[in-house]
Design a protein around this ligand. Structure first.
Ligand SMILES: CSC[C@@H](O)[C@@H](O)C(=O)COP(=O)(O)O
Ligand SMILES: [Zn+2]
Length: 220
């Protein structure tokens, strides 16, 4: 029987999210103040540790995190401003059951989100690396990457995402793109969310470079 995931302490989550930020910045996926990260510390009621808005994600300090509840508001007595995209984290923690949510702004993800934005997404097929996504066991799989229009109205976008997470027939899994903006990915804990970011960003770079070569396949 599957054990429920162990929840990290605030210190453990802070350390792990700071390490993710430093690594993602180094890889060019979280430059400047772009990106935001969160981890679930408790449920019933939700206790979500999320990055403070506007911080450089490659140089997060232990102080650059704030606890929010299911309404996305900081816990009583905490006057730090949480990420502008906090409600996306709340919805993913609730409706996807995510233990952690990570958001990146890579070049390849941003370009592909625009390339496939009108179609609403595209399928990534045939790569061994797909097996790094939870539940995928063969390279002979197709992972559909959904692209949402960008907006500054995050509560409305969060409701759209909730609708797709609660779609019993075909719920969103692993991650999605926002057009000309970036990737949201999640997992049962920080390690799983980080793995999903790494795998999806790898696949985006493969897809982007393949398109840049000008064809479906290239033989030299
Ligand atoms: C270059 S800032 C981009 C922001 O508008 C936003 O998309 C982002 O990812 C970070 O916002 P933040 O409020 O710091 O969590
Ligand atoms: Zn963003």
């Amino acid at each position: 029987m599957n054990q429920p995931p162990t929840r990290p302490s605030a210190t453990e989550a802070t350390d792990a999210l700071r390490a993710a930020g430093a690594d993602f910045h180094h890889r060019g996926w979280s430059l400047g103040t772009s990106s935001n990260y969160s981890a679930v510390l408790g449920r019933d009621p939700l206790d979500l540790l999320v990055t403070v808005s506007g911080k450089h994600k490659g140089r997060l300090s232990a102080d650059d995190f704030v606890h929010v509840g299911a309404d996305g508001k900081p816990a009583a007595g905490d006057n730090k401003k949480s990420s502008a995209e906090t409600m996306l984290h709340v919805v993913l923690a609730e409706a996807a059951g995510a233990g952690a949510v990570l958001h990146t702004h890579s070049v390849w993800g941003t370009l592909l989100s625009d390339r496939y934005g009108d179609a609403g997404g595209w399928a990534i097929e045939g790569y061994e690396m797909l097996k790094g996504l939870d539940g995928i066991t063969t390279h002979q799989s197709a992972k559909y990457i959904e692209v949402f229009p960008n907006t500054q109205d995050i509560p409305t976008l969060a409701q759209q995402v909730r609708g797709r997470l609660e779609d019993d027939a075909d719920p969103l899994r692993h991650g999605f793109l926002i057009r000309k903006h970036g990737l949201y990915a999640w997992g049962e804990d920080i390690d799983a969310a980080r793995r999903h970011i790494e795998v999806l960003e790898f696949l985006f770079e493969c897809e982007g470079r393949r398109l840049a070569w000008g064809g479906e396949s290239v033989r030299l």
